[in-house]
Design a protein around this ligand. Structure first.
Ligand code: NAD
Length: 485
């Protein structure tokens, strides 16, 4: 199939590609070049009304379509994502600034896996039955909610968009989905793929626009029964304040300030490259990136000696080049935010061990938004740099003396998304894992993902879990039926 990208993107509503009712568009910028290279609909509540009508029309047939038939369509979407992976990867890189090799290796394959995983998953759902000896039996129906809203961020655009949409569709819902206005193109292309795969009109609707207008209109619409949101804690708070009094189901996957706890006894050969990845992968713009490195004191100086030279070799470059280790920051606004965070860290007394500067490239990327991978030391856990999410290629390092101190530093955060623990002492690993206040813990690895496991954060990192049965449960309503003998 041909995945042409028009200059003006359109919404995908009821199986048709249509412009915003207002006629207003917003610029789409390639962060590696700083150039406007397209426009996207500036949709509002009127577009959402239209979308809800289309979804309502589609729901009765989709909700009762046998799972074998749902499987065929959702699996076909996975296949088409795979078949068009080169074009999708290029679109993702042009929109987001991440290296093309990363889009090819991670983002697009994972988007395909998301559809395949939930396409097959829905075929294996077994609902509970509770037997009351010789008196009665209960069985639990898990029925689709109806129309649900899925709102996703810019850091892993198609990857996270499909992570929500696939289970919502598999569970029998019709979906109104909004990608980030900063990275809309692969979401637009997904509409074309779904059409080609034979997804009935109105089952998935994709609308574009900014959070405060388009996103909030989804959250506020009374006929949208649940909101699955991934993004900042600030926007999550706003969404919860609207949706909670409407008694909507809410899944919130929010920000993080993740600790990497490194003990001297760890396997250094594995720890060093994985810590590079967990610190600076996707320019540090992964919610799971470890941004606070806590290092056992006897290992502290050796860690700096080995780690800093590797980081200094992570050169920023044109994301289209295979040799570029680091791409662009996603937008000018975010670039400025990250640069301000580095300035704040200096004001707070932080010492920049490497990086700390914007990077000016030559040629095509001369006006792009690039920042050197940055390591900062000498900051207290209570300062803003160690408390607030930066979401860029910036980490801090701090020494600790005991397990208790490591835990105290790790848990001294309003966030609780993920933690990474490096040690060869299995008892210590288990002790730490049970006490660290995060929804996800990796021991001697990072970002090893099994799609069946619960995914989500504690504290200000969110409410609810995605992944596996958790996602299918979220997108269904449990109804118990009790039959007396
Ligand atoms: P963001 O909150 O600005 O936007 C996310 C999405 O929400 C976008 O589509 C945006 O248009 C929309 N939105 C914004 N305000 C809204 C509102 N009031 N109502 C409805 N929709 C609204 O986040 P971002 O800058 O796109 O993404 C970065 C953030 O996402 C970081 O904080 C990062 O940690 C977080 N994140 C979390 C996870 C996770 O799984 N926990 C994964 C990826 C990113």
């Amino acid at each position: 199939m041909q995945l042409n990208i028009p200059y003006h993107l359109e919404n995908f509503i009821g199986g048709n590609f249509i412009g915003p009712l207002s006629g207003n568009f917003i610029d789409n910028i390639n962060p590696a070049t700083g150039a406007v290279y397209g426009q996207i609909p500036d949709s509002n509540a009127k577009d959402i009304d239209l979308t809800v009508k289309a979804a309502k029309k589609a729901f009765p047939a989709w909700s009762v379509l046998p799972v074998e038939k749902k499987f065929i369509i959702l699996n076909k979407i996975a296949e088409l994502i795979e078949e068009n992976s080169d074009e999708l990867a290029l679109a993702e890189t042009n929109d987001n600034g991440k290296p093309l090799w990363l889009s090819k290796q991670v983002d697009i394959p994972r988007a395909s896996s998301n559809f395949r995983f939930f396409a097959t998953g829905i075929m294996h759902v077994a609902n509970e039955s509770h037997n009351m000896e010789d008196r009665a039996v209960n069985y639990t129906l898990r029925q689709p909610l109806g129309i649900v809203g899925c709102i996703s961020p810019w850091n892993l655009p198609l990857y996270l968009f499909t992570w929500k949409i696939a289970p919502a569709l598999a569970a029998g819902n019709c979906v109104i989905a909004k990608p980030s206005e900063v990275t809309p193109v692969t979401a637009f292309l997904l509409g074309k793929i779904c059409k080609e795969a034979g997804l009935p009109d109105g089952v998935l609707n994709i609308v574009h626009g900014i959070g405060q207008h388009c996103g909030e209109a989804i959250v506020k619409h009374p006929d949208i029964k649940a909101i699955s949101f991934t993004g900042s804690t600030k926007a999550g708070e706003r969404i919860a304040s609207i949706a909670a009094p409407m008694f909507k189901k809410l899944s919130l996957e929010l920000g993080g300030k993740n600790p990497n706890i490194i003990f001297n006894d760890c396997n250094w050969e594995r720890m060093l490259p994985e810590t590079i990845r967990s610190s600076f992968g996707n320019q540090g713009q992964i919610c799971l990136c470890g941004s606070r490195l806590l290092i056992e004191r006897p290992a502290y100086e050796a860690f700096k000696k080995h780690f800093i030279p590797i980081v200094q070799k992570l050169k920023n470059g044109d994301p289209l080049l295979e040799t570029s280790k680091q791409g662009a920051i996603v937008s000018q606004v975010h670039f400025e935010k990250v640069m301000n965070c580095i300035a704040l860290a200096k004001e707070e007394g932080g010492k920049i061990l490497c990086g700390g500067n914007a990077v000016k490239l030559e040629g095509r990327c001369a006006d792009g938004y690039f920042i050197e991978p940055t390591i900062i030391e000498g900051l207290d856990q209570n300062c803003r740099t160690n408390q607030e999410e930066i979401f860029g290629p910036v980490i801090t390092i701090q020494p600790f003396d005991t397990e208790e101190e490591a835990l105290q530093l790790a848990n001294n955060s309003t966030y609780g998304l993920a933690a990474t623990i490096w040690t060869q002492d299995i008892s210590r690993a288990n002790r730490m894992a049970s006490k660290v206040e995060t929804g996800i813990v990796w021991v001697n690895c990072w970002l090893v993902r099994d799609l069946r496991t619960p995914f989500g954060g504690m504290k200000n990192s969110g409410v609810g879990r995605e992944g596996g049965w958790e996602a299918l449960r979220f997108f269904t309503e449990a109804k118990n039926v009790c039959i007396q003998f």
